[in-house]
Design a protein around this ligand. Structure first.
Ligand SMILES: [Zn+2]
Length: 167
């Protein structure tokens, strides 16, 4: 697991609590491009890849995404497995830094949609957690073609990227 800082990571002023959905994700300048670059370089045009967005509630509305957590996952062009060791490394990192994970993002070879396998094995499923699918191994500029889903009561609902992500 490689934690890529997107912005100055000031320590939390208080206990980090998960905000009530819907959660608006604020990305710093260059954050979307950095995320897409990481997915593209891990996919290399041949395999699925996955990263997480971690951050904390900001001073105003929504949460500030401060890190891209890039996980080392065995994958083919059709399937990706998150090893338990990588999952634990990500959870340990956010615990230590006083952060929360708000979204997972993974690539598909073609169209972006949440597959049956994605729905069966999500990285997270807390209320308001997001699963984002990035088409064509992240070849285009972010967030072109991204499909975003929100977890509500154990189900996944499509939501509008432009309404949930600022940056
Ligand atoms: Zn998928």
């Amino acid at each position: 697991m490689n934690a890529i800082p997107l912005a100055t990571n000031d320590p939390p002023l208080h206990e980090t609590t998960r905000p009530t959905p819907p959660v608006r994700l604020n990305l710093p300048d260059g954050g979307l491009a950095r995320t897409q670059d990481e997915l593209r370089s891990r996919s290399k045009g041949v395999r699925e890849s996955l990263v997480l967005w971690a951050g904390r509630p900001g001073p105003s509305d929504g949460v500030d995404i401060t890190h891209v957590l890039s996980l080392e996952c065995p994958a083919s062009d059709l399937r990706l497995v998150v090893p338990m060791s990588e999952r634990l490394a990500a959870l340990e990192f956010v615990r230590r830094e006083g952060l929360l994970i708000f979204a997972d993002l993974h690539t598909h070879p073609g169209a972006a949609f949440l597959s049956e396998a994605d729905r069966a094995r999500p990285f997270g499923s807390k209320e308001g957690f997001y699963a984002i699918v990035v088409p064509e191994f992240a070849a285009a500029a972010a967030p072109e073609g991204w499909a975003m889903y929100e977890a509500r009561a154990g189900e996944w609902f499509p939501v509008d990227v432009s309404e949930r992500i600022a940056g």
